[in-house]
Design a protein around this ligand. Sequence first.
Ligand SMILES: Nc1nc2c(ncn2[C@@H]2O[C@H](COP(=O)(O)OP(=O)(O)OP(=O)(O)O)[C@@H](O)[C@H]2O)c(=O)[nH]1
Ligand SMILES: [Mg+2]
Length: 452
Amino acid sequence: MTRGARALVICPEIRSRRSGHDPVGRLEEAKGLALAIGLVVAEAMIVPIRMTKAATLFGEGQVQKIAADCELHEADLVIIDGALSPIQQRNLEEKLKRKVIDRTGLILEIFGERAATAEGRVQVELAHLDYQQSRLVRSWTHLERQRGGFGFLGGPGETQIEADRRLIRDRMAKLRRDLENVRKTRELHRKRRGRAPWPVIALVGYTNAGKSTLFNLMTGSDVMAEDMLFATLDPTMRAIELPGLEKAILSDTVGFISDLPTQLVAAFRATLEEVTAADVILHVRDIANPDSAAQKRQVLNVLTDLGIIGEEGGPAIIEIWNKWDLLDPERAAELAVLAAADADVLPLSAVSGEGVDELRRFLGTMLTEGANLHQLLLPAADGSRIAWLHAHGEVMTDEDGGFDDDGPLRRIKVRLTGKEWGRFVGFGGAGVSAADSDDFQAEGFSEAWSPI
Ligand SMILES: Nc1nc2c(ncn2[C@@H]2O[C@H](COP(=O)(O)OP(=O)(O)OP(=O)(O)O)[C@@H](O)[C@H]2O)c(=O)[nH]1
Ligand SMILES: [Mg+2]
């Protein structure tokens, strides 16, 4: 797609499929997507559809009106902010005599342009090929032709479309293998490192909600935070200090969007592995956006699709009602009552900094509460219990602990909740040597290990 090209942006509003989205918010978002890929929005409009047409989505009269608008606004291409079937896309391109891109196509273009890491690029290409493949199967039949003359290149009667499909399939298979290798290597690294000893806090939310701005504010870093959809594509992590907690890891992530192409959900999964392992999720919401409620639903849907929240629960989710500074005083007063009534909601402005100290205190309390430090001396040979501690607790130190009659020992300081401690003891904690508990209490830790 050429940067600087003029786009006519159309939001189809399908009567029977009211999504609860605010149409104006939706139109703004569609324009934002076009801008995010460097297009010029020549004109943007909502087109209500009473009954969708299988061939063209819009009715004949509407198609003519769109064609006229294209001329009037000198549009080079048309963006339909919804899903088009391959046939609809082809027919509209013929009737409008312009390239037509649907929402999925547009989002894939943005990701294709932005993906920075090798892994991100592979994932996006995979999603793109998957999208193209479905277009080949169903819409390119009108282009189907015999490959003339060179029978030896393919089997007799092989058609161009079959060859294209095979190319795509082979390429996809290769990319999947590459991706699998990258994942295995990363998993290996992670295993070697052990579970991060510090709690992980992940920022998630709708695109443009202010995640990166909050991340910068809390970490003093300077990641890209812009009024642009999908400014962040690759996750970034930094250490922060919290009241009562020496260190926690804050992770900034890619933003979500409604009607996320299914092909991209898989790409998100890998990018969001850190979120899966998070102790707390901060769901950053643009509370001043008229579409805020629908955006929240979308974010929760994606988190569910990704298996991050499920029936057995998952990490705690705290809602950050961001962009508080943009609310008019009346709305702010209304929302303040709601926020005060909900223990999991914090009003905040990542631009003015208002509410950030409260957030820090909140996180500090939440992450230290209920977890106590234990100091253990375990036989170094007892790999399975040591591994269990690394997997279930926050291991602060794991160092040489001298010898006893049976051999070398490890001295392990670990923070465990009461429940996990109970499980550890049940798991075979008996027989663990007692550590010098006096020292330990002197350091101000809340509980020391005593022999069973
Ligand atoms: N007025 C106001 N603007 C904010 C606030 N927080 C963020 N913004 C603005 O909102 C825009 C988007 O912020 P980002 O931090 O890039 O949003 P993001 O959630 O990281 O977006 P993606 O990375 O695209 O998903 C920027 O122009 C910010 O300056 C806030 O509290 N108040
Ligand atoms: Mg961001």
